[in-house]
Ligand binder design. Structure first.
Ligand code: SAM
Ligand code: CA
Length: 246
């Protein structure tokens, strides 16, 4: 069906909204979700961390509150105990994870930037879940290689990947060995601000345009990977859940 001029203008406008946290057609609908079912049930420490993060100049990177709620429930549903997170920033998804795990649960958390993690750390400590977190500062890839060398195959129940999109396929090669059969890997931002369907002349920000090709390549590779079942959810900026089946 042909699109009208107005429609394509609206589309172009949406692609410019890099900070937009929802892929829903209407902002009002997204606000409705937040106000009726997310914010009223958001644990106090997550609210506090969200408010601290909102003041940080890179707050666009944070996980949205609805996605945090989704991750928290998902982890409980699968009884996750041993987990990993690549890309921590100030720790909103990390805290959503830590609050969902049992007291002896573990999160191996990696980020090249410790400073931002330390912004959120006092809140995580106050929430009484810091003992579940093993934070490693530095690039994730060498840590994954080390885990493989150490024979940690099939030991993770859940892995959340929310870091450098140009490395997702490199991560996938390793994570598919590290996650247990029946376990989940969640790749975040797989709809990349809606840019995966942007026309070639759409006015995308430079970094959105740069990473888009990597996200497109990842999405194709995941859809073709026989070792996993997948489900791409339009939550946040899109999250693709991959369940290892072999
Ligand atoms: N999950 C976080 C949250 O809930 O707020 C958001 C993560 S943010 C979108 C991406 C993070 O990935 C940044 O903090 C960045 O420092 C980190 N990062 C970038 N390249 C990385 C790498 N090679 N290894 C580990 N972390 C990396
Ligand atoms: Ca993300």
């Amino acid at each position: 069906m042909a699109t009208t001029g107005e429609e394509s203008q609206n589309q172009a406008g949406r692609h410019q909204e890099v900070g937009h946290k929802s892929l829903l057609q209407s902002d009002a609908l997204y606000q409705y979700i937040l106000e009726t079912s997310v914010y009223p049930r958001e644990p106090e420490p997550m609210k506090e961390l969200r408010e601290i993060t909102a003041k940080h100049p890179w707050n666009i990177m944070t996980t949205s509150a609805d996605e945090g709620q989704f991750l928290n429930m998902l982890l409980k549903l699968i009884n996750a105990k041993n987990t990993m997170e690549i890309g921590v920033y100030t720790g909103y998804s990390l805290l959503a994870t830590a609050l969902a795990l049992p007291d002896d649960g573990k999160i191996l958390a990696m980020d090249i930037n410790r400073e931002n993690y330390e912004l959120g750390l006092p809140v995580i400590q106050k929430a009484g879940v810091a003992h579940k977190i093993d934070f490693r500062e530095g690039p994730a890839l060498p840590v994954l290689d080390q885990l493989i060398q150490d024979g940690k195959h099939g030991t993770f129940d859940f892995i959340f990947v929310d870091a450098d999109k140009d490395n997702y396929l490199n991560y996938h090669k390793r994570l598919i060995e590290l996650v247990k059969v029946g376990g989940l890997i969640g790749y975040d931002n797989t709809l990349w601000n809606g840019s995966v369907v942007a026309p070639p002349d759409a006015p995308l920000r430079k970094y959105v345009r740069y990473y888009r090709d990597f996200v497109l390549e990842l999405n194709k590779a995941l859809a073709a990977d026989p070792r996993i079942e997948i489900c791409m959810l339009p939550v946040g900026d899109g999250i693709t859940l991959c369940r290892r089946i072999s």
